[in-house]
Design a protein around this ligand. Structure first.
Ligand SMILES: [Zn+2]
Length: 241
């Protein structure tokens, strides 16, 4: 195990102890599309020892401009299966658990308790808000991201410590969930890498985690911003728990 991760271990801020912590970490990847592909590749390379894979979709041709862990020859198979195969081929010692289901208010309980951190790689805001609610209710760290066209955003949400997704974007009633938007692969990989980097920082107790901060980045004009945002005292999600 240590030979594979020797270049991680050489970093003073990681070292053998840090690598051990990463190996003992359990992360649930919610959504196995573009963001999920980047996050899975990074988590596997970092040596995150247990990875949960949640998605109810099957691979389609239109996924292949960005979802690079899924292959043309696997069109029609479940994304959970394809992701499991990818991890197994890359690094067989990493434990994976596949959850081929659509997340709802009731079916998460036996899943979520097994993980330290949840990574929001969903593409639907309805699913993102549900995941936010579940993470807050169960005191799980949630690393949110969203991507569109050439832009993306990341923030880390921790119950009682940071604002939640609902504090940030309360009114989603006007969002058209069924509108298919364009997206290019490079921004997805950058944003997925920032989500993955947050996991290193959280597990190894680094400073400058994106708690209460929304990082936005555009590949169109190369502008990066980090905006502070506050908890909404009237938030119906994070003030209940
Ligand atoms: Zn909130």
């Amino acid at each position: 195990m240590n030979e594979i991760f020797s270049r991680n271990i050489l970093i003073e801020k990681i070292g053998k102890e840090g690598q051990k912590k990463l190996n003992n970490t359990k992360v649930l990847v919610a959504g196995l599309g573009g963001l999920g592909s980047g996050v899975i590749a990074n988590l596997t390379s970092l040596g995150i020892g247990t990875i949960g894979l949640l998605d109810c979709d099957k691979i389609e041709k239109t996924n292949l401009n960005r979802q690079f862990i899924h292959k043309y020859c696997d069109i029609g198979i479940e994304k959970t299966k394809s992701a499991q195969n990818w991890i197994k081929n890359y690094h067989p010692e990493i434990k994976t658990y596949a959850y081929n289901l659509k997340l709802d208010e009731y079916n998460y309980t036996n899943i979520i308790q097994n993980y330290d951190i949840i990574v929001d790689c969903f593409d639907s805001y309805v699913s993102k808000f549900l995941l936010n609610k579940i993470a807050i209710k169960n005191n799980k760290i949630l690393i949110h991201a969203g991507v569109s066209e050439f832009q993306g955003q990341v923030t880390t949400i921790i119950n009682k410590q940071t604002p939640c997704l609902n504090c940030l974007f309360e009114d989603i009633k006007n969002l058209n969930e069924y509108e298919v938007k364009g997206i290019v692969s490079p921004i997805i990989n950058i944003i997925a890498s920032i989500q993955s980097n947050e996991i290193i920082k959280i597990i190894l107790n680094f400073d400058n985690i994106l708690k209460g901060k929304l990082l936005t980045f555009s590949l169109f004009n190369y502008k990066l911003n980090i905006l502070n945002f506050e908890r909404n005292k009237n938030c119906s999600i994070c003030n209940e728990h």
